[in-house]
Write a protein that binds this ligand. Structure first.
Ligand code: AMP
Ligand code: MG
Length: 331
């Protein structure tokens, strides 16, 4: 197995276990340790997941840059001492030799430059979903000279493809290598099998996935689009890049993210898309922006040359784009 594969799987798997532990404590002992209302679980899980992933990647790829969402600066402030203690406690449950300075240094390995060869990390994508007990993801990708080569997506709260009705069958990792397809595995890295988009060619039968948070996408526009395409099903609302996983394994045919009317100039963060994008493409689907342009990964931390995202099973892509163009103002 490639070193990228084993390292990426170990990294997102460890981060997923940390997130599950934080969530468990939040739910069962919310009052004594982590208070849901003050967002501390997000802080603890975000920083902890980033520390773990950066540590594990650095061990095997010490020369690679890592571009991650968080930095330790806030965590080092005196007023956040309890958060830092909690981060060290949760990270220490996953790896040995862990202290506050070490954890902060691992987190700050994520301040790398987005050029050449670099890893891209969203330690918790869908933080609102994490707090709501809904979907969230740990998203990791490897980009080389503007090309996404690897994508790893851990979805700890997603029922697995091999046991969707089994209560214990929760938590999947999706992994894709450019040109070599996409797989679904358990959080421990055991194989479940290849993932493939749905073959559905009848647009009226398509299922459209979108953000739960109305601030992150234009749900009204998506409703108009569904009506005009004759799509019967209600939208599948999900937080995080779990939406890409849903398209990749055939639980939905379309994932649309078009800018909310309040933030028309919003540009997508690369860590919100890189892993999911490759997983859908390698599962046989197609991903562009809402105007049909290829996603341009060469522009640093954001997709500066793209507006929104459209991921589909491929077969339906052009039909959706054509109809979508009628609802969008052209650039
Ligand atoms: P989702 O889980 O699909 O709601 O997406 C979560 C991601 O939305 C977060 O990681 C943010 O980076 C991103 N986000 C924040 N503000 C916006 C916005 N105005 N438009 C689109 N995405 C946003
Ligand atoms: Mg995110």
């Amino acid at each position: 197995m490639d070193l990228e594969m084993t390292t990426g799987l170990a990294a997102v798997g460890a981060a997923a276990r940390l997130c599950q532990a934080v969530r468990h404590e939040m739910v069962t002992h919310g009052t004594t340790q982590l208070d849901k209302s003050d967002k501390s679980p997000v802080t603890v899980a975000d920083f902890g997941a980033q520390a773990l992933v950066c540590k594990i990647i650095s061990k095997h790829f010490s020369g690679d840059a890592i571009v991650a969402e968080e930095a330790s600066e806030a965590l080092r402030e005196a007023k956040n001492a309890t958060h830092l203690e909690n981060v060290v406690r949760f990270v220490g449950a996953q790896v040995e030799m862990c202290d506050a300075d070490g954890v902060c240094a691992w987190i700050d390995r994520g301040a790398g430059k987005a050029s050449g060869r670099y890893w891209v990390l969203d330690p918790i994508d869908g933080t609102k979903g994490f707090l709501r007990n809904d979907q969230y993801a740990v998203a990791l990708a490897l980009i080389e000279n503007g090309v996404v080569q690897w994508g790893f997506l851990a979805c700890p709260a997603l029922p697995r493809g091999d046991s969707r009705d089994d209560e214990n069958g929760t938590g999947s990792i999706f992994v894709a290598r450019r040109g070599q397809g996409a797989l679904e595995l358990t959080l421990d890295g055991n194989g479940v099998g290849p993932v493939r988009v749905a073959a559905q060619g009848d647009i009226t039968q398509a299922r459209l996935a979108e953000s739960v948070e109305s601030a992150h996408t234009n749900q009204g526009l998506a409703a108009q689009l569904r009506a005009s395409l004759g799509i019967v099903a209600e939208p599948v609302r999900m937080d995080s890049q779990a939406k890409y996983a849903a398209v990749a394994r055939g639980d939905a045919e379309i994932y649309l993210r078009s800018p909310n009317a309040k933030t028309p100039d919003y540009r997508e963060n690369i860590w919100d898309h890189a892993a999911g994008y490759l997983i859908v493409e390698e599962a046989g689907g197609r991903v562009t922006d809402v105007h049909g342009n290829a996603l341009d990964w060469s522009q640093g931390r954001r997709l500066e040359n793209n507006i929104g995202v459209l991921a589909t099973n491929g077969v339906l892509h052009d039909a959706v784009l054509e109809q979508l163009s009628k609802f969008l103002s052209h650039r």
